[in-house]
Design a protein around this ligand. Structure first.
Ligand code: LR7
Ligand code: MN
Length: 532
């Protein structure tokens, strides 16, 4: 499973919708709609309206407004998880922190109500909502009044928009529970969600994430997401869900109710003991609006002696959106790049050089970042190196290292081994791509001592039936290529061959493995590129 997060293009924020439409709460529950997590279908006419309103939230607001804020959801846990008995008297208490900016009223309230309905009273200390300077009018007095009626829920207002980091810190400073539990403002928790989080967060050395299920942005149907996933990131530091390493999978199937490690968290949904959160430095307050704080926190946790884990026994639904509906001061790219530059500078050591070298746009704003206090924090906490993180936390990573060759593998006929930028990558037939000589990552590969040819996004060149393919890197022997002089051989002794079309100069031509001959099409030039 590969869910793309952090690829946003920025929202239009309502475009030319009328003020009345933008600022009004149209919550009007229809009995039965969406109950049990079922999808809500709209009439043809409603669908047209829903489409017009889509840019407001990047999900179907008409559907959300039809579903009760108290809707029922099934128990999403596996049988093994249901068997676990928790001693509630000995679990720490929780402060649930939900920050929001211009969220829909019904979605926000459904998040709050799901927590109230499905958390044992003795464990839920409080819910703190933090309004990150929303300007939608239905989130003013109307929200105040709704919140006042609820027990243990309080609403804080960020005087100025800081983004989610500033808003979460505001909430965390007011928290009186033992454990901080963060949620996005468009989530729904399911039965039994809180206990496994508190059980694990109690141990004071772990950031524990629930298993994140999917709430459809079109119908709000609750669906399970793929069972075995963990979080990591691409060469461009985009967050990615990937398949965990084999040993993790094995342990997970032996004991499905046991939390398992993850190199990175998605960012929005996790629990951590309050003392640990502050001891490790809260968040980087220099990060504005959105993005990269999830990687920063994950690296910091691992490198500074804590862990990041996922428990599949805590199931929370989240509305995944294709576009971000908010305004980003200066534009989404600028905001995200500044945050990524901070995180990389502080935590990635020589891999920061790799990131900046191949992302010149980010490099230009690198020097504008003041991160001295975060570097100091890293020193004071005596945190480990990024090299340690890669080899111990994420040994299956696909970044270059000092032991791995990095560069362009160019065919005698022209064209380089790489992933065609226009294609999906995963599962697609490998073709020679243009040997981009600037800093483009498309024609660059990592060639490992074991013989794997890896590209960005964790793709490995795999020998297929008549055609080489880009597949998720695995232990398969079909992904092993042995360099013999200018040739690349499979374990059966076949040679990597470019199937040249006339006049193509190699670019766009498929790769395959064939009987070795004295043939130009099997000759490769290894052009090493320094990666840092
Ligand atoms: O300026 C802002 N102020 C805010 O208060 C911008 C956002 N926010 C709030 C917003 O209302 C929401 O409640 O912050 C929360 C997160 O923003 P989203 O929902 O737009 O983020 P996302 O779900 O697209 O992205 C994921 O990555 C983000 C990187 O900054 C955050 O870490 C999000 O919390 C995170 N979401 C999840 O991890 C949920 C699972 C998604 C996945 C994968
Ligand atoms: Mn979200």
């Amino acid at each position: 499973m590969r869910v793309i997060v952090g690829h946003y293009v920025g929202g239009t924020n309502g475009g030319n919708l009328s003020e009345d439409v933008i600022h009004k709460n149209n919550y009007a529950p229809v009995p039965g709609a969406g109950e049990g997590g079922r999808p809500v279908q709209l009439s043809q006419r409603e669908l047209i309206t829903a489409r017009e309103l889509y840019s407001l939230h990047s999900y179907n607001i008409l559907v959300s407004d039809k579903i009760s804020i108290n809707r029922s959801l099934p128990d999403m846990r596996s049988d093994r998880c249901k068997e676990v008995v928790f001693d509630l008297d000995n679990l720490p208490t929780a402060t649930v922190i939900i920050v929001f900016h211009n969220e829909a009223w019904s979605t926000l309230m459904r998040t709050v109500m799901s927590v109230l309905m499905r958390s044992p009273t003795q464990l839920l200390q409080q819910i703190i909502l933090v309004d990150d300077a929303s300007d939608r009018r239905y989130l003013f007095q109307e929200l105040d009044e709704a919140i006042e009626k609820l027990d243990r829920v309080q609403l804080l207002r960020n005087p100025e928009r800081t983004g989610l980091v500033g808003a979460r810190l505001l909430g965390a400073k007011k928290a009186t529970g033992d454990v901080l539990v963060f949620l996005d403002a468009h989530c729904e928790v399911t039965p039994g969600w809180l206990e496994p989080l508190l059980d694990r967060a109690g141990s004071d050395d772990v950031f524990i994430c629930p298993h994140i299920d999917l709430l459809s942005e079109d119908t709000l149907a609750y669906t399970k997401s793929i069972d075995a996933h963990w979080g990591a990131f691409s060469w461009r530091l985009h967050f990615r869900w990937l398949i965990p390493g084999g040993d993790v999978l094995r342990k997970k199937s032996e004991n499905p109710s046991k939390p398992y490690p993850t190199p990175a968290m998605a960012g929005g949904l996790f629990a951590v003991r309050k003392s640990l959160f502050w001891r490790l430095g809260g968040y980087d307050e220099g990060m504005t609006i959105w993005g990269a704080e999830n990687l920063e926190l994950s690296w910091r946790a691992w490198q500074c002696g804590a862990r990041v884990e996922i428990t599949s026994c805590s199931r929370v639904g989240h509305i995944f959106r294709r576009h971000s509906p908010y305004k980003y001061p200066g534009g989404v790219t600028k905001v995200l790049h500044a945050n990524l530059a901070r995180a990389a500078t502080v935590w990635m050591d020589e891999w920061a050089d790799f990131f900046f070298k191949f992302n010149p746009d980010v490099a230009t704003i690198r020097d504008q970042q003041t991160v001295a206090d975060r570097v100091e924090l890293r020193k004071n906490l005596k945190c480990k190196s990024f090299a340690w993180y890669l080899s111990n936390v994420w040994p299956q990573h696909f970044f270059p290292t000092d032991q791995r060759w990095f560069g362009r593998i160019k065919s005698e006929k022209g064209g380089c081994i790489g992933v065609n930028p226009g294609t999906l990558g995963l599962g697609s037939p490998a073709v020679a791509v243009e040997c981009i000589t600037q800093m483009g990552l498309e024609s660059l590969v990592v060639f490992t001592p074991e013989g794997k040819i890896m590209t960005d996004e964790g793709l490995c060149l795999q020998q297929g039936n008549g055609r080489a393919l880009w597949k998720s890197c695995s232990d398969s022997s079909k992904q092993i290529w042995i360099q013999k002089g200018p040739r690349l051989k499979t374990q059966e002794g076949l040679c990597l061959t470019l199937v040249v079309n006339k006049d193509s100069h190699g670019v766009g031509d498929p790769l395959t493995s064939k009987k070795c001959l004295t043939d130009d099409k099997q000759i490769w030039h290894f052009n090493r590129v320094p990666w840092r």
